[in-house]
Design a binder for this molecule. Structure first.
Ligand SMILES: Nc1ncnc2c1ncn2[C@@H]1O[C@H](COP(=O)(O)OP(=O)(O)OP(=O)(O)O)[C@@H](O)[C@H]1O
Ligand SMILES: [Mg+2]
Length: 457
């Protein structure tokens, strides 16, 4: 009656015989997983699955942080099994709230667990049907255009993190689409009907930031003629997007941290505190490791914000997507042209690929819009894009060509492995030491996570 077996991921001690039998009887095939090796997106990840995380297993409850990556795995409806005392542990409560559909306190009958698993699976499958258009899922994510490997990985990350309530930290160069990603996460989450409130932490003067974030009561200061609701409170029930978080002044970092710990706000001049339920997404183009080393950003705040991380790929590593995006923007803005445009000339296409795009997608949009207005022929030329000098690939020596190819392969590998040198080096078929040397030579060291850990060899 259940058709082909559905996968049930089981994290913990071996499932009891009674539980295993009942799960099998309901069409589940059990796969034990190790939190250190979460199921890969490709593996059973395309289809919805359910999971049991047995927090009564040794070590799990002591170190719930080690379970994060497993629990965030793609399209799995988790049910936690816990001991009665776990429910008083704030770390465990948070873990369950952020990642699980339900929890069952042991000892409970196996039937109760199996029912919860069925429910979690049903919810995840529903979510799947509602928000995945199979035709488009892999080349467009809402307003995002792109189908290269790096973008597909990004879409998968968006879908994964949208299923949880845990804080997400989006890093990436300027103009890569961080804000678009934040919106996409919100729109795929259960909070999509609730507000999405963005705040640009760098654009508000420090002395106004407190009142902007938390609001104030009437009479809190001269000119406070009426109560004002802060942005945090305005986002209640929905998502709060803290943009340019790397530019948040130190003095405001302390009060944001307090809010994240207590989930309560106090309006300026207020006597009472109000509970607020928001999902936090933050983004920055600032290199946070350096900011923390230099004392510009509190490490404790960073670790609260960066439970799940998404890295936005720079435009220069997106290959054919550059053309795809340029054409998309041409379609979108072509009505601004004085004549009917037929597209990009071959030299313009070459220039699009040869250029390094420091301003990423935003720069591409601006150049295409300008070219649409300025072009005098039927085709957009490299010079219309103001990329005339990139039209012809500048003559290159073999050594330069090799360097360019190596650089790009390294950037893509680091992106794919979140800056983890060991894994990137494995994929590239070189040693960590060699990779480290190349990173230094190509000025890419900031892209690696903890680059110095390799210094011992
Ligand atoms: N994949 C994409 N497809 C279509 N449009 C995109 C894509 N990525 C970014 N854009 C567009 O590029 C512009 C910049 O994107 P966004 O504001 O999200 O970038 P950002 O990373 O937040 O930049 P910054 O660091 O400068 O704040 C926006 O107009 C956005 O709509
Ligand atoms: Mg932005």
């Amino acid at each position: 009656m259940y058709g082909e077996p559905r996968t049930l991921y089981f994290a913990g001690r071996v499932a009891s015989e009674d539980l295993s039998e009942r799960l099998h009887a309901r069409g589940w095939s059990i796969e034990h997983v190790d939190p250190a090796k979460p199921p890969k997106a490709g593996k059973g990840g395309k289809r919805a699955a359910a999971g049991i995380v047995d927090l009564t297993s040794r070590g799990f409850a002591k170190e719930p942080g080690a379970l994060l990556e497993l629990l965030a795995a793609y399209q799995i409806g988790w049910v936690a099994t816990v001991d009665a005392e776990h429910v008083d542990n704030p770390d465990i409560c948070r873990l369950i709230r952020d990642f699980c559909f339900d929890y069952v306190t042991l000892p409970s009958g196996a039937d109760r667990i199996v029912d919860a698993v069925g429910h979690a699976y049903g919810m995840i499958a529903l979510h799947d049907t509602a928000s995945n258009d199979p035709q488009k899922a892999d080349c467009r994510e809402g307003a995002m255009v792109g189908s290269c490997d790096a973008m597909q990985a990004l879409y998968r990350s968006i879908r994964k993190v949208a299923m949880t309530d845990a804080p997400v930290f989006i890093s990436g160069e300027s103009g890569t689409g961080k804000e678009l990603t934040a919106v996409a996460i919100h729109e795929r989450s259960v909070r999509r009907e609730q507000p999405f409130v963005a705040i640009n932490c760098g654009a508000i003067p420090p002395h106004l930031l407190q009142s902007e974030l938390f609001g104030y009561e009437r009479g809190a200061f001269t000119g406070a003629n009426q109560r004002k609701i802060g942005r945090v409170e305005a986002a209640n029930g929905g998502t709060l997007f803290l943009d340019e978080i790397g530019d948040l002044p130190l003095e405001s970092q302390a009060s944001l941290l307090r809010f994240l710990q207590e989930r309560k706000i106090e309006r300026l001049g207020g006597q009472t505190s109000t509970e607020v339920d928001v999902r936090i997404i933050s983004a920055t183009h600032v290199d946070m490791q350096t900011a923390m080393i230099e004392g510009r950003f509190r490490a404790d705040l960073y670790h609260r914000l960066c439970v799940l991380q998404i890295d936005e790929p720079p435009l220069r590593v997106r290959g054919k997507d550059i053309e795809l995006l340029a054409n998309h923007m041409l379609e979108r803005f072509r009505k601004d042209a004085s004549r009917r445009l037929r597209g990009f000339s071959p030299c313009a296409i070459a220039a699009l690929h040869n250029y390094g795009w420091p301003g990423n997608v935003r720069e591409l949009i601006n150049r295409v819009r300008r070219a649409i207005v300025m072009s005098e022929g039927r085709q957009i030329l490299a010079s219309d894009l103001e990329l005339g000098e990139y039209a012809e690939a500048a003559p290159m020596t073999l050594a330069q060509a090799r360097e360019q190819a190596e650089r790009q392969a390294i950037e893509v590998a680091l992106l794919r492995h979140r800056g983890r040198l060991g894994e990137a080096a494995d994929e590239l078929g070189i040693s960590r030491v060699t990779l480290y040397r190349m990173l230094t030579a190509y000025g890419l060291r900031t892209k690696a996570d903890r680059p110095l850990e390799v210094s011992g060899g």
